[in-house]
Design a protein around this ligand. Sequence first.
Ligand SMILES: [Zn+2]
Ligand SMILES: [Zn+2]
Length: 184
Amino acid sequence: MTASITAIRRAEIPAQGLQLDLCWDAALLAQLPEDSCRDIEPPLHVQLRFRPEGGRIIMDGTCRAQCRIACVRCLERFEYPLTRSFRYVFQLPGMHKAAGNVQLGAEDIEAVVLDGEQIDLLAPVLEQVCLGLPAYPHCSSGCRGLCPQCGANLNTGACACTSATGPRSPFAVLGTLKKRHEQA
Ligand SMILES: [Zn+2]
Ligand SMILES: [Zn+2]
C-alpha cells in the first residue's frame, strides 16, 4: 500500500530517519500530466531515504525505470534504462538561515523551502527522471538517420535516393563533381 504513496508528512519522519521503497505503477503515472512521464514504461521504482538534520530534511533518492525515448536522428523510439541518484534538501519554514552541518556537494540540488507539513515526492522525482534522460538521444552511435529527401529510415536499408540521383543531396553533388573530375 505504502509503495504507491506520492507524498509524506514531516511528522512521519522519525529522528533516526526513514526509508521508502516506492513503486509507481501505470495507473498512478496515468494521472499525471502526459508530458511529465510519457517516456517512462511503468513501473517507476523509487527508493528514498529521509534524514532530519537541524532545520532541514535531507532526502537521498534513486529512481529506476525502463524508458522509451525517440532518437534525434531517425526519430525511432528505443529502450533506455534510466537509473539516477539525487539529493534534495528540504528547508523547514522559518529555518531558512538555520546553521546546518550538511555539506552540499556538487550533486546536490539547491534547498527547497517547505511551505507546509507535506513533502511532495512526485515533482522532485519526475524532475530527476527528466534530468536523467539524454538531451540528444541516439538509438545507437552508428545511427544513419533519415534520408533528407524521402524521409526513409536509413537504418533499415538504402532508399532510392542514395543512388546519387537526388539533386539536393550534398553527397549527390560530391558524386557529380567526382565524375566531372574523372572525365576531365
Ligand atoms: Zn536512430
Ligand atoms: Zn531517400
